[in-house]
Design a protein around this ligand. Structure first.
Ligand SMILES: Nc1nc2c(ncn2[C@@H]2O[C@H](COP(=O)(O)OP(=O)(O)OP(=O)(O)O)[C@@H](O)[C@H]2O)c(=O)[nH]1
Ligand SMILES: [Mg+2]
Length: 258
């Protein structure tokens, strides 16, 4: 009995900490919502080292600058595209590290219902895509983004920006697009197998601890194609290094005037 007040004290402290954490999360979400939902917005996403911050700098400031790997989102509300002078757009460059992707998912979550998401520029290092593990990792991230955007009617516009095209090992955009489709087919099959494994399991234990929504469950054996999605996925080659980004800029301009 003598220990009761101490126990109660610990419980109260724990409860207070939980409430404080919940309030902090709500405030963070609210700030994201109010800050992010203002104005037509493009998001830059993609694996680490793809050239996202390099592209953000070139788009925003019109010049190249050295970059380091991002741990935070770079944002501007002053993006002006060359073909649309006077039109101010919002641009967020998110970090590619797998542990830092939640920020991108939160932005999609807030911007899509607010109808202020003009498009997602998914930057990929095209010169790394000949390596199967790099292609698989890129496809996994793209899968997760599309699984999110497909939850709303109409989906989203997604540009696969095949960057570093000036390097001789770079996979061309068209090839990259089908490479990503092949990898997404494999990812979807693995997920489907995990789900049916759960159904067969006598114990009913969850074999798939990944609670992300499924993107696609086509006919068994059928390959995944981007055309089946509501989201529109376009792949175009370019190079931030040589400044050859006009195809991507034109794609963005088309999304603004649409
Ligand atoms: N060869 C070549 N290198 C590029 C190109 N674009 C960017 N880079 C280089 O790629 C490296 C990574 O670029 P970042 O812009 O920092 O990559 P990021 O996608 O922002 O990476 P994270 O912030 O870690 O997610 C830098 O050394 C860039 O100079 C390109 O078109 N060609
Ligand atoms: Mg970066």
């Amino acid at each position: 009995m003598a220990g009761l007040p101490v126990e109660l004290g610990v419980q109260t402290l724990l409860l207070a900490a939980l409430v404080a954490a919940a309030v902090a999360m709500l405030v963070a979400k609210y700030l994201t919502a109010t800050k992010a939902s203002k104005g037509p917005t493009f998001l830059i996403a993609g694996p680490q080292g793809a050239g996202k911050t390099a592209l953000f700098t070139l788009l925003r400031y019109g010049r190249k600058a050295p970059t380091v790997t991002s741990v935070q989102t770079n944002s501007t509300a002053q993006l002006e595209l060359p073909g649309l002078p006077g039109t101010r757009l919002v641009l967020h460059d998110t970090a590619g590290h797998p542990k830092l992707r939640q920020r991108l998912y939160d932005l999609v979550d807030v911007l899509q219902p607010a109808e202020s998401l003009l498009g997602v520029v998914f930057v990929v290092d095209a010169s790394a895509m000949a390596r199967p593990e790099a292609a698989h990792a890129a496809a996994q991230y793209l899968y997760d983004i599309l699984a999110l955007t497909e939850r709303r009617r109409g989906g989203a516009s997604v540009l696969v920006a095949a960057n570093k095209a000036e390097l001789f090992t770079a996979v061309p955009a068209k090839r990259l697009r089908s490479l990503l489709e092949d990898e997404i087919t494999k990812i979807a099959r693995t997920k489907a197998r995990a789900v049916s494994g759960v159904e067969r399991s006598a114990l009913g234990a969850a074999a798939d601890d990944d609670d992300a929504p499924a993107l696609w469950a086509g006919a068994p054996g059928a390959p995944f194609r981007f055309e089946v999605l509501e989201s529109e996925v376009t792949a175009l080659s370019g190079s931030v290094e040589t400044g050859k980004i006009e195809p991507w800029v034109r794609w963005m301009e088309e999304r603004v005037v649409q």
